[in-house]
Design a binder for this molecule. Sequence first.
Ligand code: NAI
Ligand code: MG
Length: 358
Amino acid sequence: MTKTFKLAVIPGDGIGKEVIEAGMKVLTYIEEQSNGKFKFENDYFDWGSDYYLEHGSMISEDGVETLKDYDAIYFGAVGDPRVPDHVSLWGLRIAICQGLDQWANIRPVEFLPGIKHRIAHPNPESLNWILVRENSEGEYSGIGGRNFSARPDEREVAIQSSIFTEYGCERIIRFAFDLARTRKRKKVTSVTKSNAQQYGMVLWDEVFERVSKEYPDVETDQWLVDAMAAQFVLNPDNLEVVVASNLFADILSDLGSALAGSLGIASSANLQIDKRFPSMFESVHGSAPDIAGKGVANPIGTIASAALMLEDLGLHEEANNVHEAIRRTTAQGIITHDIGGSSNTEEITNAIIKNLKQ
Ligand code: NAI
Ligand code: MG
């Protein structure tokens, strides 16, 4: 019997549309090759900045509720020069992540063959990092406000609060330890800034200490975020699973993917671990207005995110095949401009599909 997966597809803005088209082409090919084992029922949603300019909101009123009916969400990117960034990001991506309690964001950093890595290491491809980002609170809890903006004396005040709950810290830290147990090297590195952030991040550290005692088989390490940024460059062998708050892991994942070659290759999954709602799969990069519409965006991050989605849907062999096809493609030197090549989005996508056939 054919198993049907309902996918909600949200291309969003800028290169989001181009890389999602590429990812859907790969998924359609995989579906055809499954010989009726499974099929995807795809519903496209036109939410994003154009939708905002027409309707005054980034997503329809019942949008988040509608998404609850799907098995997974495949997301491009948001961001458009005509809409303030905080409006577009909060209005769509964060609205979905928080609305569906996708509290664990995983961001693997892959050192692909055939790419110039920006790291001094004899064998970068042996590195195997995965960033685990707390995705429901922390610095992105959205609590705060602005006042006195009408004052003519430039004394406007803005307050932006972070929220760290013991519950929120514990579930993400526990997830990181469970994830580490599935890997060859069982190690979790926790990143905070608890010397300066003396409340929330000290709570995080205490929870980390407590939970780590339940995982005596997992090696641990703790760093302050500034020193950790240096460690990414200086001691890449020391990293395996890295768990950090919403803001810190956001920044470190861009650093990680840049060291691996480009933001364009970085994948991510916003996971609803308890399976109450669907998870959302998207590249790490944004809408890249500087290259949008040119057909040159690197689709690898979004295609690798499709592989994370296949994994989440239980299609493990298909997921591995996609990762392998990406590796073959970069090893063949078929790469986009951001990693020193000259192939365009369509050529990379077709090459990945061709490599899937082998
Ligand atoms: P960005 O990730 O869109 O672009 C940064 C740089 O990397 C640009 O030079 C861009 O051309 C390049 N780049 C990114 N993805 C690429 C790809 N696939 N292939 C080749 N080159 C690529 O970040 P930026 O410029 O800070 O933000 C642009 C917009 O995206 C903003 O509106 C921002 O708010 C939004 N944004 C949205 C995110 C999301 O939807 N998850 C995440 C990050 C930013
Ligand atoms: Mg980011």
